[in-house]
Design a protein around this ligand. Sequence first.
Ligand SMILES: Nc1ncnc2c1ncn2[C@@H]1O[C@H](COP(=O)(O)OP(=O)(O)OP(=O)(O)O)[C@@H](O)[C@H]1O
Ligand SMILES: [Mg+2]
Length: 226
Amino acid sequence: MNDILSLHDLHKTYNAGKPNEVRVLQGVNLTVAAGEIVALVAPSGAGKSTLLHIAGLLDTPDSGTVSIAGTDMTRLSDRKRTGVRRGQVGFIYQFHHLLPEFSALENIVLPQLANGVTDRAAHARAMALLTRVGIAERAAHRPAALSGGEQQRVAFCRALANEPALLLADEPTGNLDPDTSNRVFETLIGLVRDTGLAAVIATHNLELAARMDRQLRLDAGVLVAL
Ligand SMILES: Nc1ncnc2c1ncn2[C@@H]1O[C@H](COP(=O)(O)OP(=O)(O)OP(=O)(O)O)[C@@H](O)[C@H]1O
Ligand SMILES: [Mg+2]
């Protein structure tokens, strides 16, 4: 079986039972196969980030299961879950979240070192990724010395540094101007197609969503076809 991500009957409510209760996920089901890119479209506040954080093991559901590469993550110890998150899941945020005191290259090297890769191999892979996204000559720059589009390209490289099976992106080009957003998004799709990983990409942009393989909308806490 080559289902990489499988979400089954996920529920998530914030502040349950309190006056400020927010029911966000109310039975989310989703299966994403290797090589498939799924667009997640929904208005602000619908729960896109909540869903991606749960799928990416950054948060836990109230009920339901998250399986990655066939293994039920809800049954693993915290330590094992962290290992899967580091090794199998790449996450891209709307804002790059790069470490400001490190260079572009180092930002891509560090997660590999944390995952047990040798320094030499980590540097080689980081340079290859920066070359692939067209900014090898910016390798020594710190994030503050990069343009917004360049910062996001570095963030893509970091997300792919450990050769994950699953890529989750939360409005990855949402803070860029339309032209840059288009070009940077094209780079991202190219990278995903190269590697054949499974990807879920949240976006407000219907044109970008249309370039993916499947389009889903979060509506009243469940996923429906767009
Ligand atoms: N930690 C939290 N505590 C309480 N409520 C929360 C928390 N995180 C999110 N929410 C609420 O849950 C709902 C879904 O939030 P979420 O961030 O998942 O939406 P989103 O679709 O990503 O929105 P956006 O497009 O603005 O990023 C919102 O109503 C939000 O206010
Ligand atoms: Mg969000």
